[in-house]
Design a protein around this ligand. Structure first.
Ligand SMILES: NC(=O)c1ccc[n+]([C@@H]2O[C@H](COP(=O)([O-])OP(=O)(O)OC[C@H]3O[C@@H](n4cnc5c(N)ncnc54)[C@H](O)[C@@H]3O)[C@@H](O)[C@H]2O)c1
Length: 360
C-alpha cells in the first residue's frame, strides 16, 4: 500500500463517505501516503465509529454534508479542485433499504448524480465511483459476473446502485468527452475487516454479540458471498485511480472480488472465525425478516482487474478472516483508544505481505 506514495503525496483528494467502514480505511491509507484529504459525509454512521476512533483531528478536512444537497456539494468541489475523487457515500445496508427506500435511492442514485454534476466544476480530475457487486441483475448463476453482464437489483439497495450506474454512463458520454475528467466504476464484493460496526452485517453482528457472550443469529447459513478483506479492496481503488491516466479505462467498470475458489458461505465464514474466537456460538434463525430477500449466490469475475490493473487480492479467505478476527480481538482486549495503532499495524502487516507476493 505504502508503495503508492509517489502517486498520492500532496495530491488533493475528496472522499465521500469517509466516516464509513471502507471510507475510514481509505482515509487512513491515503493520509499515510501523504495526501491532502477532504472528506464529505453526512454523519458518523455507527456507534462506535472506526473513523472517529482513528482520531484524525486536523490532519484532514472534514465536511458534514448530505450529498443530496447539490448546491453545497458543487461549491466544495469548485473551491477544492481535487486531483482525485473517491465516491463511497451511500446508504449501504440492504435491510435498511427495505425500511427506507426513499433515503436509499436519494443517497445512492441522486447522490451519485450530484457527485457527477459537481465533478463538472473541476478543471481536471480522476474519479473512482464505488457501486457494488449487487448492481448486477442476480440470476443465481454459478459463474462469476462479468462487467458487461446485465445490471438490475431486486431490493432497493441493489436497484439504487444499478440505477446509479446508468447515470454514470450517461454523464461520461454526455459531459466528460474532453477527457480532462476521467472516471471508472468499482464493484466490490462483501468486504470484511476490522472497524465495521454496521447493523445486519455478519462480521460486526458476530463480534458485537460474542463480546457480550451472546449467541449470534445466522439468517442465511448457505448463502455464498465474495468475502474479501477491506485492504485488498482499498488497494484496488487506489490502483484504479492511478491507472485512470490511461484514457482507455475511462468509463470502464471493474469487479474487485476474491479468487473463484475463495467464495464461501456464511456458515464457513463463522466456523473460520471460531478458529480464533474459541467461544463463538450461533443459532440458525429460520424466521429472519430478510429470508428470501437476499440472493443466495453471488460471485464476481475479476479477470479484467487482473488484466488491466494488475490487481488481484493478495489475501485468501483464511487470511482475510484472520486479519479481521485479529483486529476485533485486539480492540476488545486493548480498548478503543488503541484503534489507530491496531489499524495501522494491520496496514503494516498487509504491506509486508504485499511486498513479498508482488515481489517489489
Ligand atoms: N461494505 C461492503 O461490503 C460493500 C460491498 C459492496 C459495495 N459497498 C459500497 O461501498 C461504499 C462504502 O460502504 P461502507 O460499507 O463503507 O458503508 P458505511 O455504511 O459504513 O458508510 C457509508 C458512508 O456514507 C455516508 N453517507 C450515507 N448517506 C450519505 C448522504 N446522503 N450524504 C453524505 N454521506 C452519506 C455515511 O455518513 C458514511 O460515511 C458504499 O457505496 C457501499 O454501497 C460496500
Amino acid at each position: 500500500m505504502l508503495i503508492y506514495r509517489k502517486y498520492f503525496k500532496n495530491k488533493k483528494i475528496i472522499i465521500t463517505g469517509h466516516t464509513g467502514f471502507k471510507g475510514s480505511w481509505l482515509t487512513l491509507c491515503l493520509s499515510l501516503l501523504g495526501a491532502k484529504i477532504l472528506g464529505i459525509s453526512k454523519n458518523y454512521p455507527t456507534t462506535p465509529c472506526h473513523f472517529e476512533d482513528l482520531k484524525f483531528g486536523k490532519k484532514i478536512k472534514h465536511k458534514k454534508l448530505d450529498i443530496t444537497n447539490l448546491k453545497k456539494l458543487k461549491k466544495i468541489f469548485k473551491i477544492y479542485q481535487p486531483d482525485y475523487v473517491f465516491h463511497l457515500a451511500a446508504q449501504a445496508i440492504v435491510s435498511k433499504s427495505y425500511d427506507d427506500p426513499i433515503t436509499t435511492f436519494n443517497s445512492n442514485t441522486i447522490g451519485t448524480l450530484n457527485v457527477l454534476e459537481s465533478l463538472r466544476s473541476t478543471k481536471k480530475c480522476r474519479a473512482v465511483i464505488i457501486t457494488s457487486d449487487k448492481s448486477y441483475k442476480n440470476l443465481e448463476i454459478d459463474r462469476g459476473y462479468f462487467e458487461n453482464d446485465q445490471l438490475g437489483g431486486n431490493d432497493p439497495y441493489s436497484g439504487s446502485k444499478g440505477a446509479a450506474e446508468l447515470i454514470i454512463n450517461s454523464y461520461t458520454k454526455s459531459f466528460f468527452k474532453n477527457k480532462k475528467i476521467t472516471l471508472a466504476i468499482a464493484r466490490a464484493g462483501n468486504v470484511i475487516g476490522g472497524g465495521d460496526w454496521s447493523q445486519d452485517r455478519i462480521i460486526p453482528d458476530c463480534f458485537r454479540s460474542w463480546s457480550k457472550k451472546r449467541k449470534i443469529n445466522i439468517r442465511s447459513p448457505k448463502s455464498t458471498r465474495p468475502w474479501q478483506h477491506v485492504l485488498d479492496v482499498v488497494r484496488g481503488y487506489l490502483v484504479l485511480a492511478i491507472k485512470l491516466k490511461d484514457l482507455k479505462l475511462n468509463n470502464e467498470a471493474f469487479n474487485f472480488g476474491p479468487k473463484n475458489n475463495q467464495n464461501k458461505n456464511v456458515l464457513e465464514l463463522v466456523k473460520e472465525i471460531k478458529l480464533n474466537w474459541k467461544k463463538a456460538k450461533w443459532i440458525i434463525n429460520k424466521k429472519s425478516r430478510l429470508k428470501n430477500k437476499e440472493s443466495n449466490l453471488l460471485r464476481l469475475n475479476s479477470n479484467k482487474a487482473k488484466k488491466y490493473l494488475n490487481w488481484s487480492p493478495i489475501l485468501d479467505f483464511k487470511e482475510s478472516v484472520n486479519f479481521t478476527t485479529n483486529w476485533y480481538i485486539n480492540y476488545f482486549e486493548r480498548g478503543k483508544k488503541f484503534t489507530r495503532s491496531i489499524s495501522e499495524n494491520n496496514i503494516v502487516r498487509y504491506n509486508n505481505i504485499l511486498k513479498k507476493r508482488l515481489r517489489f
